[in-house]
Design a protein around this ligand. Structure first.
Ligand code: ATP
Ligand code: MG
Length: 421
């Protein structure tokens, strides 16, 4: 137990943290481009928020939450996703009083009691965006376009964008009835989950991953054929905007989110080389959610992208960048008496914002040179007994191999000059 982390968790080690930084930098760059600002909310919230904000009939709430009672007897849950928390923060901090829409992004860990496998973990990370306070399809297209742009800039191009409309509380009840009629004779043959979904939330039968359920839902009526005028023109508007932006999409009538506060646009982005866990992005509109959480009725839309899946895709396609750990200078003390002087040089260089390391474990000269080369270091500053006595340093340029004896007082200046060459 002491040397094994909990199942479904992973360490991000130094050999891959550079890839995470690369992806996170891309997120910040794209969000800046699209004028979305970062929000950071706590990783735990009152359980009630997720019961309301995600819905009691979803897999997340039914099976996947990390919930506990804290010492003050509060019911707490580690966030399984972040939309509900962002909406909570939007209301608590009255972000609606600022210019609208409120355009936010977040990056951070989420927690779900999922079955661990490639691309599926119990602590995983999402990058998500939320646009709260805009109603028309243009913002839906902006949100989708942001996700696509982010993935494209990383080099992921063969994306499959699936879109659908899940209607609204005006047109969905009619559809729900139609769907129940369609499944009436088939209920007993569906999986046990879907049998309970039949009454509680029949739309979710459509996204069941069980093969038998998939077969039985062939020929089921489509929500897009039952939309009210408002939802229908919203969907048409979305398609027009996506087309105008040159973003390819496929309509997938099985893409559903069966809760009342999920409305109109639902979308998913798949990257098929990932195989079983091919969904990299899921999103949609939630015009009923803010009121559900106690605010004034306010429209909203967002998505979440799984960062681990993005990294898996980048690795698979050999799109990971080369991470540069190079340093400018390696300070090499030769003998214990020179350590303090070496440390002083190291400190001076660092104060001048030069990337520096030194030997801390009394390596031999040969081993220090080898170590410096591994970084690689552009210069090695050697300080032995003689150099110490003369207040000098032997500065070796590792690229040219040339070396010269320099005054210690000159060192920072010479290195800055040498780096500019
Ligand atoms: P799935 O059907 O794969 O379980 P989901 O519908 O639960 O996905 P969302 O809640 O829409 O996923 O989350 C958005 C994205 O977060 C997913 O597309 C995926 O990239 C990522 N994701 C979700 N669950 C996990 C997990 N357990 N481990 C890693 N990434 C995940
Ligand atoms: Mg899931």
């Amino acid at each position: 137990m002491l040397t094994t982390g909990p199942r479904g968790t992973r360490d991000i080690l130094p050999d891959s943290s550079g890839y995470w930084q690369y992806v996170e930098n891309m997120i910040r760059e794209v969000c800046r481009n699209f004028a979305y600002q970062e929000i950071r909310t706590p990783i735990f919230e009152h359980t009630e928020l997720f019961l309301r904000g995600i819905g009691e009939t979803t897999d997340i709430v039914e099976k996947e939450m990390y919930t506990f009672t804290d010492r003050g007897k509060r019911n707490i849950t580690l966030r399984p996703e972040n939309t509900a928390a962002v909406v909570r923060s939007y209301l608590e901090n009255k972000l609606y009083a600022g210019p609208q829409p409120t355009k936010l992004f977040y990056i951070g860990p989420m927690f779900r009691y999922d079955r661990p496998q490639a691309g599926r973990y119990r602590q995983f990370h999402q990058f998500g965006v939320e646009a709260i306070g805009a109603q028309g399809p243009a913002i839906d297209a902006e949100i989708i376009s942001l996700a696509v742009e982010f993935l494209n800039r990383l080099g992921l191009n063969d994306l499959k964008l699936l879109i659908n409309s899940v209607g609204c509380p005006a047109c969905r009840p009619v559809y729900r009835t139609k769907l129940q009629e369609f499944f009436r004779d088939k209920v007993s043959q569906l999986c046990t989950d879907c049998q309970s979904r039949y009454d509680r939330n029949p739309m979710r039968i459509l996204d069941c991953k069980n093969e038998t359920c998939t077969e039985h839902s062939q020929g089921a009526p489509h929500m897009v054929d039952c939309l009210c005028d408002e939802c229908s023109s919203h969907f048409t508007g979305l398609k027009e905007h996506l087309t105008a932006a040159g973003i390819n999409f496929v309509i997938n009538p099985r893409l559903v989110r069966g809760l009342d506060y999920y409305t109109k646009t639902a979308f998913e982005i798949q990257y098929s080389p990932l195989g079983a866990q091919s969904a990299v992005c899921g999103g949609g509109r939630y015009d009923g959610l803010i009121a559900e959480c106690g605010g004034q009725p306010t429209p909203g839309i967002g998505f979440a992208i799984g960062i681990e899946r993005v990294l898996l895709a980048l690795e698979k396609q050999e799109l990971l960048p080369i991470i540069n750990n190079a340093i400018d200078v390696f300070v090499a003390p030769l003998g214990a008496e020179t350590q303090a002087a070496a440390f002083q040089i190291l400190t001076e260089l660092r104060r001048a914002n030069i990337a520096v390391d030194m030997d801390f474990i009394n390596r031999s000269l040969k081993a220090q040179m080898k170590y410096a080369n591994k970084y690689p270091a552009k210069f090695v500053a050697l300080i032995g007994q003689d150099e110490l006595a003369q207040n000098k340093v032997m500065l070796k340029n590792m690229e040219t191999g040339s070396q010269e004896l320099v005054e210690r007082a000159e060192l920072v200046h010479m290195i800055i000059e040498g780096m500019e060459k």
